[in-house]
Design a protein around this ligand. Structure first.
Ligand SMILES: [Zn+2]
Length: 60
């Protein structure tokens, strides 16, 4: 997982990467809503995020 930085998850489920949490969520526009995802949950969160996006695309 090296090189991706820290994984942050918004309360809406949006995932972002970086050294610091985004100030504002690009999905739900919440401010300071990101929390750090524990290292042992990163793969799980990424899998959920990918599945959610695929489902949304299929519905459109
Ligand atoms: Zn959000």
């Amino acid at each position: 997982m090296a090189g991706k930085g820290i994984v942050w998850e918004c309360e809406c489920g949006n995932i972002e990467y970086g050294a610091y949490p985004p100030a504002e969520c690009s999905e739900c526009e919440a401010v300071d809503s990101f929390i750090k995802v524990p290292d042992d949950e990163i793969e799980e969160r990424e899998a959920e995020n990918v599945l959610a996006k695929r489902t949304a695309e299929e519905e459109n």
